[in-house]
Design a protein around this ligand. Sequence first.
Ligand code: RIB
Ligand code: CA
Length: 310
Amino acid sequence: MNRFPVIIDCDPGVDDTAALLLASRLDELNIRAITTVSGNVGVDKTTANAIKVRHAMGKDIPIFMGADRPMFRDPVTAEKFHGNDGFGGVNYPKEIKNTEIGQEKAWDAIYRIAKECNGELIVIAVAPMTNLGIALSKYKDLSKRIKRIVIMGGAAIGGNITPSAEFNIYVDPEAADMVFCSGIPVYMCGLDVTLKAYMTPEELEEIGALGSFQAKLFRDVLQGGLKKYLEWGYKGVALHDPVAVLYTVDDSIFETHHVGIRVETKGQLTIGKTVTDLYSDKQMEHNAYIVTDVNREAFIEKVKSLMTKF
Ligand code: RIB
Ligand code: CA
C-alpha cells in the first residue's frame, strides 16, 4: 500500500475530532504530527482536545502547539457551535497517560518534518492557517518542501461566519492568502462540498451503535452540532473536516476543478472570501483546486467502514 506522510493542522473542535479519529484508521496515512492552533476555541483548549483525541486514536503521534492568535488580527472563536471546551461539552471519560506535547512550535515542527519527508509531506489543514502562514514567512524554502496542502476552508459561493466567508479563512485571511500564493498545490474542500457531506441523525446513531469507545465519542461530540444544523434546516450535521481527510486518500468520490483562488484581505463585507474564477469568464492564474461535489452515500459508507475498525 502507498502510505504517505501527513501533518494534520487542526483546532479541535468537534468535526476536527471526527476527522482525527477517521485519519487514525486510514492505513494510507502516516500521521507524522498533529499541530494545533487557535480557532474554534483558544489554542490551550484545542491542544488539550488534541491530547484527548490522540488517546482515542490509540496512536502515539507527536502534538505541537501553534499560534494563539491570527497573524495580524484578533482571535475569532466558535464556542457557540463547539462548546466552551471545544469538545461539544463531552467529558472525556478515560484517564490519559500521555499528555506530552512537543517542545517545538507548530511552524518549526512543520518545517523540520517537511525536510525529513524529502518533499513528500502532505499537510491537511482543517483550521485557520496561521501556523502555515508563519511557517511560510519564517522558512523561505518551505514551499518547495511540501507536496500538497488539502484544506477544509473557503467557499466558491457563500459563507458561514459571514455571508461572504467560511470560518477557517475568515479567522486568518492573510495566512490563507499566503498559502494560496505559496506555489504549493492547494486543494480546497470548502462549504461547496462539505455542506453536501452531511450525516443524518439516523446515520450518526448507526455510528454510535457500533459500540466502541471511539464510535460513541464520534457520535457524542457531534450531537450539539447536529442539533444546530437541524435547527438551521439542514438534513444532518456537515462533516466539514472529515471531507479533507478522506479527500486526501481517495478523491474518486469527489468532483474537483483546477481554478484560481485568492483571499480577500481588505474588504469590509467580504473579508475572508475565497475568490475563485470557477464561475467567471475572467480567468485567474490557476494556482489551486476546488472540490465542489461528493457522492454522499459513498462518503458516509467510508466513514462507517473506518469507524468499524476501532
Ligand atoms: O467552517 C467549518 C470549519 O470551521 C471547520 O474546520 C470547523 O472545525 C471550524 O474550524
Ligand atoms: Ca476545524
